[in-house]
Design a protein around this ligand. Sequence first.
Ligand SMILES: *Cc1c(COP(=O)(O)O)cnc(C)c1O
Length: 242
Amino acid sequence: MPSLSDSIHERYLHTLDRISAAEKRAGRAPGSVKLVVVTKSQLVETVRAALEAGVKILGENYPEEAVAKIKAIGAADVEWHMIGHVQSRKADLIPRNFSLLHSLDSIKLATRLDRFVSQAGSHLPALLEFNVGEEESKFGWVASDESRWPELLPEIDMVLKLKKLTVRGLMTMPPLFDDPERTRPYFQKLRRLRDFLAQNFPAADWSELSMGTSADFDAAVEEGATLVRVGTAIVGPRPPKA
Ligand SMILES: *Cc1c(COP(=O)(O)O)cnc(C)c1O
């Protein structure tokens, strides 16, 4: 029987191949897309197996769980990304531990993070999370109605003015469908929103688009993702939460 690390390795390479194929179909330069392997709720052994398999970027959703894993495993040869909702009272766990926050979803969190990052004497690259679907349960600035995008500008301006947070782009978690073609319009919408923000704030960095999961990352790459977040397709189903 192949080891866990062998099967993760195989699925990791297969995912990288699919990303390359999608880059090619879309006429994008090879290597434009980074693969974040999502290990939320996975055991430390699974994370170790992923590293043995050659994974370079890990995505975690729950700050406390993630910090425990980082303590156990370390940060040599791997980048840890925070991709889940961060409650303001946990903001102090983010600086120092993560090299990118994908899920900056409110001005309140941004302000608190800026203070903690400043105290840590570091800086924190972050992506602004937008809710481009119609689901109320999702985090992020509500951006489903394109005609109301201008209303977002004052708060985004406030985030951009924070000294220690460096905005690098946008992230979204669209509604989940069995058919990725139904998700594609949301990826296109996030990209249009990026162009809209870039027009309004040309001095800021809007280069990253974090979108696409196991179910739909090929479509996300075709629509301009620079970071895809793939969990179960590489590391297998998540064990039930204890
Ligand atoms: C869980 C999760 C993923 C990965 O989902 P899979 O279906 O396991 O690929 C990606 N992004 C976020 C924000 C997640 O919470």
